[in-house]
Design a protein around this ligand. Structure first.
Ligand code: SAH
Ligand code: SF4
Length: 487
């Protein structure tokens, strides 16, 4: 593990070192058994949760566990949960409820409930009273403490409910087990200070904390050395990134996100850097220029706009107007004509009128996003928006959702059709089931490209995963492109 530079970091360091001792204790228990214990990690929600699960797997492997996808044979089942919308919450809780059967079949099984829902006190109370088969609950900011908590659950045989920590720190050096060999998640910051009025993230993930640039660069270099070709920098608002080491240097200039991107681009090797998510209020010329200047930064930005009405944007506490948003994407396109811009939008925010939905529709028409995720507003208890009267009926919300999605599908279809006949450099990232297009690849802008196998004389079904190749696009739809190997 690395040595951080201040007192708080030293405390964090010693807490993390203690966890190694707990890992070793569990490893001893595992070694005393006739066969390796198995763990199943089930992940819901966003890329940050996926990345957290890679750390849980890393810790489990260090504790002597093997991985399985079968809940019944698992000695430990971990459900890494998502709290972003009610629908996600209900799905998770339904599936956790079902685990009562696996626990019945295997009495010694330890069922773990972690992730964002484990930081919502009402949900934790429900787990405590109604899901007695769950033995261990801990919030995302206590991920680093998993070995100690698991040891106590295994040895004390008591139910453990770990609570959140106001002063969460950045846990460097946790082991990570990545399943994918080509694409990697690389968190650069945790938490969020934006408090968009509808969003639960700042409450469950805590205040913004950036990793030290040195640690990020070192991890990225190791990933490139290990042949990862597509690295996505993660943060709820990557534009808020500030290197804490540069921050405390007396009078020194803070190292912010565009500067971090430049430093990462200097790592030698053939790889692509992606990042998500950017907040429109903080994304600007400096970021777009850094993107335009580097051949290693993918020409793609995911820039959620959330609403087209200035009144709703204000109620959402987003910090920009529709005009300012459009000006930003116009600036990005003026610097990078081929940039892919994707976005998120919410329909049915409390009090949203029909005229205001039309303003969202007008923004979608003007912005011509390559792709967009549309969400129906979901009240999250404890957020300011949940106190607003929800005036939009369920039917209206669905009708608005359909209108927005239909429009975006038409735009995506049109944009994707413009690729037909063009040749793109793509990264083959996985094999796909099916004869016609046995490979999946991504363009520089992140478009999914279904790829035909090379002809027999060029190696037929050769292993192309992990290679950058040229693809001639022959077909498209609103979601993806189809192509053949070129040259
Ligand atoms: N930090 C990122 C991602 C947040 S969650 C960002 O700010 O863009 C991903 C998306 O979920 C958001 O962009 C938003 O569109 C949607 N979302 C968040 N809270 C929601 C809620 N309460 N109801 C519906 N959609 C929501
Ligand atoms: Fe939620 Fe807003 Fe933070 Fe994104 S920026 S995580 S939407 S509060």
């Amino acid at each position: 593990m690395e040595r951080p530079s201040n007192n708080t970091a030293d405390t964090a360091q010693s807490l993390l070192e203690e966890q190694r001792v707990w890992c070793a204790k569990i490893r001893d228990i595992a070694a005393s058994r006739s066969k390796n214990p198995l763990a199943y990690v089930d992940t819901y929600g966003c890329q940050q949760n996926e990345s957290d699960s890679e750390k849980l797997r890393g810790m489990l492997i260090e504790m002597g566990y093997g991985m399985t996808y079968d809940e019944y044979s698992a000695d430990v089942v971990i459900v890494n949960t998502c709290a972003i919308r009610e629908h996600a919450e209900n799905r998770v809780l339904g599936n956790v409820g079902e685990l009562v059967h696996t626990k019945k079949a295997k009495k010694s099984q330890v069922i773990v409930f972690c992730g964002c829902l484990a930081a919502v006190s009402k949900t934790v109370d429900k787990v405590r009273s109604s899901y007695e088969h769950v033995s261990l609950v801990f919030p995302p900011n206590k991920l680093w403490k998993f070995p100690e908590l698991l040891y106590r659950a295994l040895v004390d045989k008591k139910r453990i409910f770990e609570t959140d920590d106001e002063n969460a720190f950045v846990a460097e050096g946790l082991p990570t087990h990545r399943d994918h060999k080509v694409k990697a998640w690389l968190p650069i910051m945790y938490g969020c200070d934006n408090f968009c009025s509808y969003c639960i993230v700042p409450y469950v993930r805590g205040r913004e904390r950036s990793r030290r640039a040195e640690a990020v660069i070192s991890e990225a270099s190791s990933l490139v050395a290990a042949q990862y070709k597509d690295i996505t920098l993660l943060g709820q608002n990557v534009n808020s990134y500030t290197d804490p080491a540069s921050n405390c240097a007396s009078g020194g200039l803070s190292l912010r996100f565009p500067a971090l991107l430049k430093k990462l681009s200097d790592i030698s090797g053939d790889f692509l850097l992606r990042f998500m998510t950017s907040h429109p209020k903080d994304a600007g010329a400096e970021l777009f220029e850094a993107m335009a200047q580097s051949g290693k930064i993918a020409k793609h930005i995911h820039l959620p706009f959330q609403a087209g009405s200035d009144r709703i944007l204000k109620l959402m506490n987003r910090g920009y107007t529709a005009r300012e948003y459009l000006d930003k994407i116009n600036l990005a396109r003026s610097l990078m004509p081929d940039i892919v811009i994707t976005s998120d939008v919410i329909v049915g925010f409390p009090g949203e009128t029909n005229e205001e939905v039309n303003e969202t529709i007008a923004l979608v028409e003007a912005a011509e996003f390559d792709a967009m995720f549309t969400f129906i507003y979901s009240a999250r208890p404890g957020t300011p928006a949940a106190k607003l009267q929800d005036t939009v009926s369920k039917e209206e919300k669905h009708e608005r959702f359909d209108r927005v999605v239909t429009l975006q599908n038409e735009i995506s279809e049109k944009k994707h059709a413009q690729y037909i006949g063009k040749t793109l450099r793509v990264l083959v990232d996985s094999k796909a089931p099916g004869e016609a297009y046995p490979f999946k690849a991504r363009s520089n802008g992140g478009r999914l490209v279904h790829l035909q196998a090379p002809p027999e004389q060029d190696g037929g079904n050769r292993e192309m995963v992990g290679e950058f190749v040229f693809a001639k696009i022959t077909q498209s739809n609103n979601w993806s492109l189809y192509g053949e190997l070129y040259g």
